[in-house]
Unconditional design. Structure first.
Length: 510
C-alpha cells in the first residue's frame, strides 16, 4: 500500500574553490533552540528508469532504498521548485504496481531497469524549537554513485540537505540558508542526487523522439505551423503530466486532463489547413473518446454539487422528506465504479496507443503548405472561420422560443464558443492582444451558456429524483421547488444572452 509525503527540501554544495561542505553552527538560526545529533545512517539506493531515461528527463525519480528509517520504494514527483511528493511503497524485489502505474504515461511499454546505485553515509541532525518540536532535518551526505546501465564509471561527492519538517513554514528554510551562505555554501547545481550521478558518471542517453520534441522549443515559433505545434506540445505535456495526478485522485486533475484533450482536438479541427486532417481526424476521435471517459465521473460530480448547493439554499420549511439521503443515494448509484473504470482506461492499450499517436503528430507533424505561411495571415483566417461559425449558431439560438429546440441550439453555440476560445488561445503568441481579447469574450459567452446547459441537466436530474421519490411514497414537493428555481435561472440566462453576444461586438476583433 503506497502512502504520500510532501517533501520540501534544499540541497547545498561546497564553495567554488573546492572542498567538502561543512556545517556551521546552526544554533544561531532564528527559532532554533537546539541541534540534536541523530547519528549516521548508511543508505543503499538503486534508481530505476527506462534505457533512454524518460523519468530523469521529466525530473522524476524512482528508487529502491534500504537503510535509514524509511526503507522501501520511493517515487518522487515534482510539484514546484524544491517541492516534491514522495510516494512510498514497502520493500519488494520488483517495482510495485502502485508506483509503476504512476509513471506509465511516460514509460509506456518500456522496461524499468536499474540505472544508478547510490551509497550514502548520512550524518543527520535535527533542528528543534524551544518546545523540542522538529523544525527541519539537516544531513551531511557523503555519496558514492555507481552507474549500472546506460554508461560507466563512478563518482563521489558530499552535499548538505535541509528538509523542512512536516507542516513547517517554508520561510524557515530561508533562515537556514542565510546561515549556510555565510559559511560559503551554495545551492546545489543539480536538482537531485540522481541528476548529479547521471551527469558525473556519463552522458545521459536521450531517445530520438525526445530530441525531436525538444528541438522546436529551442527557438521562437516563426511560421503558422510552429505556433500550432507549440500549442499541441503544451497540451500533450499536460496530458502526460496529469496522468499520475488523475490516478492519485488529486483535486481538479480529471477536469484539467479533460480540458487538455479537448484543446488538442479543437486545434486539430480549427487548424485543418495547417495539419492534414486525414491524419489528425482519427486521432481527434480518440481524443473525444478519452474526454468522454474522463467525463463519466466528473459530470456527475458537477451535477451533484449543483443540486447540493441548491438544497443548502432552501429554507427548512421547503424541505420535505429524505431529500438529502435520496440525492446522496442517487449520486452514488450513478457514479459507482466510475473511478475504477477510469483507472482501467488509463491502464489500457487504447490509451497508450493514443499517446503514441499524439507523440507522432508533434515529432513528425503532417504539415500542409499553409503551415509555412505567415502566422498573422494563416492563423487569423482560421480563427475568423471559427468565429463565423459561432455567430451563425448564436443567431440560430436566439431565434426559437424557450424550450427544447432553444436549449439544444444554445448548447451547440456553447460548444462552438469553446472551440473558438481554444483556437484563439493557440493564436495569442502570434496575434497578441486581439486574440487574447477573443479568448476573454468567448470564455464569458461559454460560461453563460454553460450555466444554461447545467440548468438543463439539473432539471432532468430533478425529474428523475422526483419520480423515484414518488414511487417510494415520498413527497416530491422539494424537487418541484428546485425545478422551478432552475427554470428561473435558465430564463435569466436566456434574457442575458443577447446582451452578452452584443458585448462581443458582432465581430472577433481579429
Amino acid at each position: 500500500m503506497a502512502d504520500t509525503k510532501r517533501e520540501i527540501e534544499r540541497k547545498y554544495e561546497g564553495p567554488p574553490t573546492g572542498g567538502d561542505p561543512a556545517l556551521p553552527d546552526l544554533t544561531r538560526v532564528p527559532g532554533v533552540s537546539g541541534v540534536i545529533d541523530k547519528g549516521v545512517a548508511d543508505l543503499d539506493a538503486t534508481y530505476y528508469d527506462t534505457a533512454d531515461q524518460r523519468l530523469a528527463a521529466a525530473s522524476l525519480t524512482l528508487r529502491r532504498r534500504t537503510g535509514g528509517d524509511d526503507a522501501g520504494w520511493h517515487l518522487k514527483l515534482p510539484v514546484s521548485e524544491g517541492v516534491r511528493d514522495e510516494i512510498r511503497a514497502p520493500l519488494s524485489d520488483t517495482v510495485p504496481a502502485s508506483l509503476s502505474a504512476l509513471v506509465r504515461s511516460r514509460v509506456r511499454e518500456a522496461e524499468l531497469v536499474p540505472v544508478v546505485r547510490l551509497l550514502s553515509a548520512r550524518d543527520v541532525r535535527h533542528l528543534v524549537d524551544a518546545s523540542g518540536a522538529l523544525l527541519a532535518e539537516v544531513s551531511v551526505d557523503r555519496v558514492r554513485a555507481e552507474r549500472l546501465s546506460g554508461g560507466t564509471g563512478a563518482a563521489e561527492w558530499t552535499e548538505i540537505e535541509v528538509e523542512l519538517a512536516d507542516d513547517g513554514d517554508p520561510a524557515f528554510l530561508d533562515k537556514v540558508e542565510k546561515k549556510l551562505r555565510k559559511a560559503g555554501l551554495a545551492r546545489s547545481s543539480s536538482k537531485s542526487k540522481l541528476a548529479r550521478a547521471l551527469s558525473d558518471t556519463d552522458t545521459t542517453h536521450t531517445t530520438k523522439t525526445t530530441k525531436k520534441r525538444d528541438e522546436p522549443t529551442d527557438r521562437a515559433p516563426r511560421t503558422a505551423g510552429d505556433h500550432v505545434l507549440a500549442y499541441l506540445r503544451t497540451q500533450l505535456d499536460a496530458i502526460i503530466e496529469l496522468d499520475p495526478a488523475v490516478r492519485r485522485d488529486l483535486h481538479d486533475s480529471v477536469h484539467s486532463m479533460r480540458v487538455a484533450t479537448r484543446r488538442m482536438r479543437s486545434a486539430f479541427r480549427s487548424y485543418g489547413k495547417i495539419l492534414d486532417r486525414a491524419v489528425t481526424d482519427p486521432i481527434g476521435e480518440e481524443l473525444k473518446w478519452l474526454a468522454g471517459e474522463l467525463g463519466v465521473g466528473r459530470d456527475q460530480e458537477v451535477l451533484t454539487e449543483r443540486l447540493t448547493t441548491a438544497l443548502d439554499g432552501l429554507p427548512g420549511a421547503l424541505l420535505t422528506g429524505p431529500v438529502r439521503d435520496r440525492l446522496r443515494t442517487w449520486s452514488q448509484a450513478r457514479g459507482d465504479g466510475s473511478r475504477r473504470h477510469l483507472i482501467a482506461v488509463l491502464d489500457g492499450g487504447r490509451y497508450l496507443d493514443l499517446l503514441a499517436a499524439l507523440d507522432g503528430v508533434v515529432t513528425d507533424p503532417p504539415l500542409l503548405k499553409a503551415a509555412a505561411g505567415d502566422p498573422s495571415k494563416v492563423i487569423t483566417k482560421a480563427v475568423r472561420k471559427d468565429f463565423a461559425k459561432v455567430s451563425a449558431l448564436v443567431d440560430q439560438a436566439l431565434g426559437p422560443a424557450p424550450g427544447a429546440d432553444r436549449d439544444l441550439a444554445m448548447h451547440e453555440a456553447r460548444k462552438k464558443a469553446k472551440r473558438t476560445r481554444y483556437a484563439a488561445e493557440a493564436a495569442v503568441p502570434a496575434l497578441g492582444g486581439p486574440a487574447a481579447g477573443l479568448v476573454k469574450s468567448m470564455k464569458s459567452l461559454q460560461s453563460l451558456l454553460g450555466d444554461h446547459q447545467d440548468s438543463v441537466m439539473a432539471r432532468e436530474a430533478l425529474r428523475d429524483l422526483a419520480a423515484q421519490a414518488h414511487a417510494a411514497g415520498e413527497s416530491a414537493f422539494t424537487y418541484g421547488v428546485l425545478y422551478g428555481r432552475e427554470e428561473r435561472r435558465a430564463t435569466a440566462v436566456e434574457a442575458a444572452f443577447p446582451g452578452e453576444w452584443e458585448a462581443v461586438g458582432g465581430g472577433s476583433g481579429i
